[in-house]
Ligand binder design. Structure first.
Ligand SMILES: [Zn+2]
Length: 103
């Protein structure tokens, strides 16, 4: 499935109130999954990349360790991984061809 720009904009707009509710009522490790017939609130206990994949998870700016990785829907419908560098704090993205600093 791919989404066009309008559908992607609509999805973000529809999700914004839930994002704000999560921010006001839950801690940052909670995730809401909305399906066609239910909603599930889940809590991440612990996580991160497997150690054997860590060379794939170095900050392109400073080589620091990346954390808080998530999968996002790109503006063009392509999914990408997003993470934050523990060392320099930069937000980086990976479209499948390595990490780059978010512009
Ligand atoms: Zn860094």
């Amino acid at each position: 499935m791919t989404l066009n720009k309008q559908q992607l904009d609509q999805m973000f707009e529809a999700a914004r109130p839930l994002k704000e509710w999560l921010g006001a009522n839950c801690h940052p490790h909670c995730t809401a999954l909305v399906e066609s017939d239910r909603i599930i609130l889940v809590e991440g206990i612990a996580g991160g990349p497997f150690p054997e994949d860590e060379e794939d998870s170095a900050c392109p700016e400073c080589g620091g360790k990346l954390s808080n990785e998530s999968v996002e829907a790109g503006m063009n419908g392509r999914a990408y991984r997003q993470a934050t560098c523990f060392e320099c704090g930069r937000v980086v993205r990976n479209f499948g061809e390595g990490w780059e600093v978010r512009s």
